[in-house]
Design a protein around this ligand. Structure first.
Ligand SMILES: Cc1ncc(C[n+]2csc(CCOP(=O)(O)OP(=O)(O)O)c2C)c(N)n1
Ligand SMILES: [Mg+2]
Length: 334
């Protein structure tokens, strides 16, 4: 297991703050109606996101799910362009066509998600197979939630990755709920990686709210995959503060415990201070500068123009002209 330096832990702390502020500022503007469609935030899961982003190299790829803004950000997409994308603006990373749920930015290894839960488990096999055949030591990661476990693609993907010894990094974010269904109501065990062992794929479980343990586990998994041994399935045990919808009811004591005692940021802060890695004043400085930075990104996104309606059908089919419904109808009538 790799030891993390003081500098690394401080960097990871800042990464977690960036993700938290990014998400919380988005939540605010979502309430103001500035984000088209749904917004799923990963508040509470920052240590898992920071660990994954840290462990992956620029030459690797990942397929995010509907709650992975944090990984997309930490992978290196410019914060203001990601914010603009989520607000559906023309200068977002996908020109405003992706939004929160279809974020993609191949320039930083983000190969995109489509939010059909489980489908990315199949797609991730593509780059993994290509890299294996070419002898490239790259890792293809896929982020999934506990809700994906049990889908057909889940099993199909594990089966092929095992047989072909593919360099796939399965990152399971077990936050205990799929919509409002608790993991124990939907699965035979709450430790979902147990279900994977029959595929003869290496597995691990880690406290996804412990930034040090989560990062070490993610680094170990990536080392294992890069050494050519095949896939690795790592389960992060964590919790999302947000329900899937605003009226969701959860046990208040459960929510309190995760927000207070188990908050990954609070835990990291305590560790940094008790181990003397930084002074309180330095942390406050970082916290203030992160907030300011994220506010600037948001302002950029709000001020950015919406895409031109005349370009709405661009990119629908690669290199093919697409007719609008009206033009299509006219042509048919001719
Ligand atoms: C194939 C499919 N079925 C249903 C949905 C609707 N849906 C969106 S999020 C979600 C729950 C996902 O739960 P989980 O994987 O645990 O992720 P979490 O939201 O907890 O991060 C569902 C069922 C979907 N996106 N895809
Ligand atoms: Mg879940």
């Amino acid at each position: 297991m790799r030891t993390l330096s003081k500098e690394t832990i401080l960097k990871l702390y800042k990464d977690m703050l960036l993700v938290r502020d990014f998400e919380q500022q988005l939540e605010q503007v979502h309430k103001r109606g500035l984000i088209p469609g749904l917004l799923h935030t990963g508040v509470g899961q920052e240590a898992t996101f920071a660990a994954l982003a840290y462990a992956l190299e620029k030459t690797d790829c990942f397929f995010p799910d509907h709650r992975s803004h944090g990984i997309c950000l930490l992978a290196g997409s410019p914060g203001e362009k990601l914010m603009a994308e989520i607000l559906g603006k023309a200068n977002g990373v996908c020109g405003g066509r992706g939004g929160s749920m279809h974020l993609a930015d191949p320039s930083v290894g983000n190969f995109g998600g489509n939010v059909v839960e489980g489908s990315m488990m199949a797609t991730v096999l593509g780059p993994a197979l290509a890299w294996k055949m070419r002898g490239e030591k790259r890792v293809a990661a896929v982020i999934i939630g506990d809700g994906t476990v049990g889908r057909g693609e889940f099993n199909e993907s594990l089966h092929l990755a095992s047989i072909w010894k593919l360099p796939v990094f399965y990152c399971l974010v077990n936050n205990q709920y799929a919509i409002s269904t608790h993991v124990t109501e939907a699965h035979p065990t709450a430790n979902l990686s147990e279900l994977v062992t029959g595929y003869r794929i290496a597995t691990g479980q880690v406290d996804g709210n412990d930034i040090v343990a989560a990062t070490q586990a993610a680094l170990d998994a990536v080392d294992y995959i890069r050494s050519g041994k095949g896939a690795f399935f790592l389960e992060f045990h964590t919790y999302r503060w947000a329900g899937i919808f605003s009226g969701e009811i959860r046990d208040p004591e459960e929510v309190r415990m995760w927000k207070e005692d188990k908050d990954p940021i609070r835990r990291a802060r305590t560790l940094i201070l008790t181990e003397g890695m930084a002074q309180e004043s330095e942390l406050v400085e970082t916290e203030t500068s992160v907030k300011k930075q994220v506010s600037q990104w948001l302002e950029y996104a709000i001020q950015s123009p919406a895409p031109d309606a005349a370009t709405a059908l661009d990119y629908v089919y690669a290199n093919m002209e697409v007719l609008g419904r009206w033009e299509e109808k006219q042509q048919f009538n001719r």
